[in-house]
Design a protein around this ligand. Structure first.
Ligand SMILES: Nc1ncnc2c1ncn2[C@@H]1O[C@H](COP(=O)(O)OP(=O)(O)OP(=O)(O)O)[C@@H](O)[C@H]1O
Ligand SMILES: [Mg+2]
Length: 337
């Protein structure tokens, strides 16, 4: 049974320019002990999705659809009803650890604060959590201030705080974007280990396909507020079908590509006036006429893999995967490290 189910989620924001449609009807579910990655360019609606699940949307937001967790629809909960869930059963880790930590309060206190146990036991549990997230000297770290620590250490502490109440679900929004590459891979390895050990369901939000290769069990590719392709990591990396997924994968550096990287032409659409049809058509050199007129339905390639593109219609002309991607896949597709 899925831990969390998102059904036809829609999020609009009232803005001065009009109603901005940030998320336009997405469905997915999180399975225990599995990571689903939400991947897409800036502005595709990834963070808004994460915040909608956490009940953390700004006051100008309007939601529709359902977010089912533990027999409840989280979109319908009052603030008081959300309290025992947010940060407790569903926890979130953000990009910038400093935004979730108080720089001038000792690490130990920031962790024990969220542990509802008597002082001594809370301290014990905090030290154990610091060890669990790979801090070598938990006693010392317990007494330090976040400003004394490196970015990687801080992110480990944020993860420790997120785990303090033994959540079932962890939402990670670009948790390593602010870190350098070596530290980034250490944090990713930590998240992978925690996911397995604690049977966590992880929603992993990123605009970097490179990060996803070693993390995700399933991948949802998002564009302009919709999921345009969904599949297992294997299906998305080795048999991608949506031209937007092709573009994202082509733009991803790997060890074997020399020369200039592919850059996706054009810019994402203005979501106050989202395009009719396939939102990516305007930037897709292979777009068909129908792409500009009618929204493509999901075409299923397996039980777990679908893509919403007219190119998969039986009558569509054959589309060509970008050359750089063909070459990479021919070589066995070396993704990640
Ligand atoms: N409070 C708000 N009011 C108005 N528009 C908003 C608000 N929050 C987000 N948006 C808009 O919603 C859209 C989706 O934003 P979101 O933050 O989910 O993007 P994202 O996919 O997380 O991008 P990034 O990779 O840059 O983090 C964007 O167009 C953004 O400007
Ligand atoms: Mg974001």
């Amino acid at each position: 049974m899925p831990e969390l189910e998102v059904k036809d989620l829609r999020v609009d924001f009232r803005t001065q320019a009009g109603v901005l449609q940030a998320v336009r009807g997405i469905c997915f579910s999180l399975q225990p002990g599995r990571t689903l990655a939400l991947v897409g360019e800036s502005g595709s609606g990834k963070s808004v999705t994460g915040r909608a699940i956490m009940g953390l949307l700004q006051a100008n937001a309007n939601t529709a659809g359902q977010v089912l967790f533990d027999g409840q629809d989280l979109l319908r909960l009052s603030e008081a009803e959300f309290c025992p869930i947010r940060g407790k059963k569903i926890a979130m880790v953000f990009q910038d650890p400093m935004s979730s930590l108080n720089p001038i309060v000792r690490v130990g206190r920031q962790i024990t604060e969220v542990i509802p146990l008597p002082r001594k036991q809370a301290r014990q549990k905090a030290l154990q959590l610091l060890g669990e997230v790979g801090i070598r000297d938990p006693e010392r770290c317990f007494r330090q201030y976040p400003f004394e620590l490196s970015g990687g250490m801080r992110q480990r502490i944020v993860i420790a705080i997120a785990l303090a109440s033994d959540p079932q679900i962890l939402i990670c929004d670009e948790p390593t974007t602010a870190l350098d590459v070596t530290i980034q891979s250490q944090i990713l390895a930590l998240l992978n280990r925690l996911k397995t050990q604690r049977k966590l369901s992880v929603l992993f939000i990123t605009n970097d396909f490179g990060v996803v290769a070693n993390m995700a069990d399933a991948i949802a590719v998002m564009y302009a507020g919709k999921i345009v392709e969904y599949g297992t990591a294997e299906e998305i990396f080795y048999d991608p079908r949506h031209p937007y997924t092709w573009a994202l994968l082509s733009a991803m550096p790997d060890l074997h590509t020399s020369g200039r990287l592919y850059a996706i032409g054009g810019t994402p659409p203005n979501m106050v006036h989202p395009p009719v049809g396939d939102a990516f058509a305007q930037r897709n050199p292979q777009a068909l006429q129908i792409d500009f007129q009618q929204e493509p339905p999901p075409f299923f390639l397996s039980d777990t893999h679908w893509a919403a593109t007219w190119l998969l219609h039986p009558n569509a002309p054959k589309a060509e995967m970008p050359e750089i991607l063909c070459r990479r896949l021919e070589k066995g597709g070396h993704y990640g490290s």
